[in-house]
Write a protein that binds this ligand. Structure first.
Ligand code: OGA
Ligand code: MN
Length: 276
């Protein structure tokens, strides 16, 4: 397996490995070590079936079943993101996946199934590189803060509650997932590096700060992470697979392809409880 660095901050293009075949323990270790190093890995031409996709992800931990997104009918761990004119994309803002649970995902494996003729690129940013670029005074200011993450902010009724069944599912998901608190700055459990752990989609407030100050800090941090020098942009081909470290990255899916359709499959690997 070889890894080509795509930018100084983030991104590795992996070659020399067939993910449709079962992985050896050594290959799993090599992938995790490359992931921690590069934050997001890209593998070209990996035509996985949903079961192969699930089994591949299961090498790296227990899998999450999403409370709202639809899944493959007999593979509940594989989410289907099928966006088109009737289901417009809403992942065009910087976010990390599933921060509303106590032990958010360590990583996600996203497979491109059907792509528009152009557009639909995805970007990832390194929240470690962004944290490193803050000045010391700002680091000190945010060091011991705690933020709240709310599923209701990212999955509003206006988009996800369009039928009575959908509304009911949303109500159940919200009840099972009340707002969750995590440190604003977390330490990566493998590399020991620190990074920013608030995002525009889910983070509602910083509990130690007055509302105005909380908004100010959140607005600053959630726009700071998007600076181009922390970002890698991927132009998908069918059956490309991206594996991102969901602990200290965020991603943004460009929503520039309607009226064309775009279909992606995602497996979500659970992680540990964030700590300072
Ligand atoms: C996701 C997501 C990005 C994309 O799967 O979590 O945000 O490019 N998708 O579809
Ligand atoms: Mn996402």
């Amino acid at each position: 397996m070889q890894v080509e660095r795509l930018t100084p901050a983030i991104g590795g293009l992996v070659s020399g490995i067939d993910l449709c075949e079962p992985l050896t323990p050594l290959q799993c270790k090599e992938i995790i070590s490359a992931l921690v190093d590069h934050h997001v890995l890209f593998f070209k031409d990996q035509p996985l079936t949903p079961r192969q996709h699930r089994d591949l992800a299961a090498n790296f931990g227990a899998l999450h079943v999403h409370p709202i997104y639809p899944h493959i009918s007999d593979v509940e761990e594989i989410i289907i993101l099928d966006t088109n004119v009737d289901n417009p994309p809403d992942n065009d803002s910087w976010h990390t996946d599933v921060p509303f649970i106590e032990c958010p995902p360590m990583g996600c494996l996203l497979s491109a199934r059907e792509l528009p003729p152009s557009g639909g690129d995805t970007m990832w940013t390194s929240c470690i590189a962004a944290y490193d670029a803050l000045d010391d005074e700002y680091k000190l200011l945010i060091e011991n803060l705690t933020a709240e993450h709310d599923i209701a902010k990212a999955f509003p009724e206006s988009h996800y509650g369009k039928s009575s069944e959908a509304l009911e599912q949303l109500a159940v998901a919200r009840k099972k997932n009340p707002p969750m608190r995590h440190p604003v700055v977390r330490t990566h459990p493998v590399s020991g590096k620190r990074g920013i752990y608030v995002n525009a989609n889910f983070t509602t407030r910083i509990i130690e700060l007055a509302p105005d100050k909380s908004d100010e800090v959140l607005n600053f941090l959630t726009s700071f992470v998007a600076r181009p020098e922390f970002v890698v942009r991927w132009k998908w081909k069918q059956y490309d697979l991206a594996f991102w470290d969901n602990r200290l990255t965020q991603h943004f899916a460009n929503a520039d392809y309607l009226p064309h359709r775009r279909v992606m499959h995602r497996a979500t690997i659970l992680g540990d409880k964030p700590f300072r």
